[in-house]
Ligand binder design. Structure first.
Ligand code: RB5
Length: 146
């Protein structure tokens, strides 16, 4: 599995911790920035990761801003992107099982590194349940055509 990761300045520190975690666990990732803690605009990074994952260039994505809100809104504007802002183990699990989310969004100012790693592990390891949930996810994507 290849993972795309991106953040703004407010998510930079947590992004670096996540990158260390991915590397230590032998996971294949591409870091799309930001590459430092200088102030940047979160939509730029949400769009970048959203586009790559939405187009299938990476199976999964991880995006981080201060709260995870702005960057998830931005990523979800990209075709094929399903970014879920998660703040608990349960949300990370359900984002996969019911929503087939392909991007997890996290808050660098709201989530501890320990919780972030746990949610990422769950997110990467949990399968989509399909069935009635697939019909609903298809409905979400049909909305973009309106
Ligand atoms: C940056 O200060 C902050 O607004 C941003 O990281 C994010 O939290 C927006 O949703």
């Amino acid at each position: 599995m290849t993972i795309a990761i991106g953040s703004d300045h407010a998510g930079f520190e947590l992004k670096q911790q996540i990158i260390n975690y991915l590397a230590e666990n032998g996971m294949d990732y591409t870091d799309y920035g930001a590459y430092g803690s200088a102030r940047v605009d979160y939509p730029d990074y949400g769009v970048l990761v959203g586009k790559k994952v939405g187009a299938g260039e990476h199976e999964k994505g991880i995006i981080i801003c201060g709260t995870g809100i702005g960057i998830s809104i931005s990523a979800n504007k990209m075709k094929g992107a399903r970014a879920a802002l998660c703040t608990s183990d349960y949300m990370a699990e359900m984002a996969r099982k019911h929503n087939n989310a392909n991007i997890i969004a996290l808050g660098g100012r709201t989530t501890t590194a320990e919780l972030a790693m746990r949610m990422i592990r769950i997110f990467l390891d949990t399968e989509f349940e399909g069935g009635r949930h697939a019909t609903r996810v298809a409905k979400i994507h049909s909305l973009t055509k309106r």
